[in-house]
Ligand binder design. Sequence first.
Ligand code: DAH
Length: 346
Amino acid sequence: MQAELNTIVAQVGEKASSITTRAEFEAFKATISGPKGSLTEVMKGMGAVPKEDKPAMGKLINEAKTAVQAIFDAVLEGLEAAEMAARLGPPIDPTLPPPDAGRGTLHPIAQVREEMVNLFRRIGFSVAEATEVETEHYCFDALNIPADHPARDMQDSYYLPDTLKVANVSQHAEEKYLLRTHTSTVQIRTMLEAKPPIRIVAPGRCFRRDTPDATHSANFHQIEGLYVDQNVTLLDLKATLDHFVKTIFGAKAKTRLRPSFFPFTEPSFEMDFFSPDLGKLSNKWLEIMGCGMVDPEVFKAVGIDPGVYTGYAFGMGIERIAMILQGVDDIRYYYQNDVRFLKQFA
Ligand code: DAH
């Protein structure tokens, strides 16, 4: 019986390397361990083995079964890997140069983001970042946005399942997680970590439940700005934003602040600009961002004394600026990754 078992194991080992399909595998497996398989037949012979020899024989059979199973497992693993490779298609090397020999360029949104960030860097701002997954506290409460604000509605924001824990996003209490609806979250996370003076811009991706159209996308980008120090005034805000607009849109551009409301700034404004050199958009006031002086309630939420410090904040959509600058009239072009569109900004 020992010899028989050895032969079976050897036979399985030999055949294994030539199996290339699951059908072949199943058919071969049946000839070994199926109801009429060779290994099964040997096991059936156990009945005729004298009682005193049974333990030794049982041991040999078990060893053979284990050896055969190990080979079958390896074959199956190989077949699965081959199937996966077939599904993935031929291997690609993303580091190879593109077939049309052109050099890649930044996406048009990234180009505008870099231009804006570099501008602010030159006047003393550094770049801050936080996660795209946030909690209600950092996205809303700490920014003085009340519980009944529409943005907090399930219909307006993307909430994560209640059962999920996100290890790298700290919660304030046990509040819900969501995808951040604006980059103002970075203000809060930054002020909790750094002491004034603080001067940051925070570019990043934001998410809202919008029905996509020419000017709305459920996923878009913003740049947030924050400056906190002693004696920061509205004049500093106006001067900085003026500089921003004139650098991005040209020296002839004019700006104006219009009273508005945001829960996290008081007073709050919309900033508009006007330019004679914008093609179809020339000579009309275009709204480009929200801004204002940091609300004392926000300072209290992050442990900064509003009696000592003041600050300004602003936030704008990168797509909005990019569309004006690049003459793009439908936001969806930015996300379709059609090279005919992208190449125009190379
Ligand atoms: N977070 C606002 C939004 O997403 C934009 C904004 C407005 C940011 C005013 C600010 C600000 O920092 O002061 O609509």
